[in-house]
Write a protein that binds this ligand. Structure first.
Ligand code: KIV
Ligand code: ZN
Length: 368
């Protein structure tokens, strides 16, 4: 049965949150078990479709966290990451066994750089391992995701063979990671199109994208891939993750909520008003603060200081805001009194402070 026949909504983009796995790989982002459970609850409340809860074979602590999250989470899919080895896959399967909707996410590098220097493996050996890993994972759960690590630096025709093999072995989601943040929006969209046109059975799977932010293009690359047909975005809260981080959940979700028509009239099921509280929770548990000018969740994302902007905002919010701050969980717009503020902003600040001054007094105070 094809996705269309089975009633899968092709306009919906699934949000796969990997804050607890790739995000935790961010230096300094280690979370305790209770902190991970609290984050998992917040992610469920925000409406993420899939929570990648950890990498069970990495350590007993990781295993236990994935197991506890699996027992606790209702509604969302819980995924455990595994290298393409039977040992890792078995560990992941045990960890997600109690989940209402368990997923095993297995991966193996597909680029010649990784095959030659890291894995010391031929392309043929890689293909055989993909088939074995996906087939083995399928013996535990029907929901199996396969990632060709470093896909964006892999040979495109070899990638066709890799994803053909993964789908034939039973993968239901195929992820095309930009592991080192190397691709560009146009190139990534072309790669998705290339695979869509050549990989057998791809229309019956979910195409997933997973980007890193080494060149600051993770969000742009993710959105370009969605416009080309990807229907799962792998993201983290506040964009935390390896090196320069992963694609930020809040940026993709709000780009689709604000400009969805530009990316194929798509939408997500995220409860956007939970974005800022979840961002704050993560900051609290990791101690990793968000830069003030960070899109959506930065302290200045909805703050206006310049006089012309404040005047416009007081006349009509849409003059300088493309999103309603309350829609993402902020209390509201901030009009900050500063060196660049004008009389309109100053009068507004006085009124908000409950100060009643005559026009003359306002003028004098403004100059002072
Ligand atoms: O960046 C990456 O390639 C990954 C994979 C495990 C999906 O995190
Ligand atoms: Zn990654």
């Amino acid at each position: 049965m094809t996705n269309a026949e089975s009633g899968v909504d092709r306009r919906r983009v699934l949000i796969f949150d990997t804050t607890l796995r790739d995000g935790e790989q961010s230096p300094g982002a280690t979370m305790t078990e209770p902190e991970k459970l609290e984050m998992a609850d917040a992610l469920v409340e925000m409406g993420v479709d899939i929570i990648e809860a950890g990498f069970p074979a990495a350590s007993p602590g990781d295993f236990e966290a994935v197991r506890l999250i699996s027992e606790r989470v209702k509604g969302s899919v819980v995924a455990g990451l595994a290298r393409a080895t039977r040992g890792d896959i078995e560990r992941a399967a045990q960890a997600v066994r109690a989940a209402e909707n368990p997923r095993i996410h297995t991966f193996l590098a597909s680029s010649d750089i990784h095959l030659e220097h890291k894995l010391k493996m031929s392309r043929e050996q890689m293909l055989a391992k993909v088939v074995d890993a996906v087939t083995f994972a399928k013996s535990f759960t029907s929901d199996v995701e396969f990632s060709g690590e470093d896909s964006t630096r892999s040979d495109w025709d070899f990638l066709v063979q890799v994803y053909n093999a993964a789908i034939k072995a039973g993968a239901t989601t195929i992820n095309i990671p930009d592991t080192v943040g190397y691709t560009t929006p146009g190139e990534y969209a072309d790669l998705i199109t290339y695979l869509k046109e050549r990989v057998e059975g791809i229309d019956d799977t979910i195409i997933s994208v997973h980007c890193h932010n080494d060149l600051g293009m993770a969000t742009a690359n993710t959105l370009a891939a969605i416009a080309a047909g990807a229907r799962q975005a792998e993201v983290t809260v506040n964009g935390i993750g390896e090196r320069a981080g992963n694609t930020a959940l809040e940026e993709v979700v709000m780009a689709l909520a604000t400009r969805g028509g530009k990316f194929g009239d798509v939408y997500t099921n995220i409860r956007t008003e939970r974005i800022v509280p979840t961002s704050r929770l993560l900051t609290g548990v990791t101690g990793i603060s968000v830069q003030v000018n960070k899109a959506i969740v930065g302290a200045n994302a909805f703050a206006h200081e310049a006089g012309i902007h404040q005047d416009g905002m007081l006349k009509n919010r849409t003059t300088y805001e493309i999103m309603d701050p309350q829609m993402v969980g902020w209390e509201g717009t901030k009009l900050v009194a500063g060196k660049h503020s004008g009389r309109a902003g100053f009068k507004n600040a006085l009124a908000e402070a409950g100060l009643k001054l005559t026009d003359e007094q306002i003028e004098e105070a403004y100059h002072r």
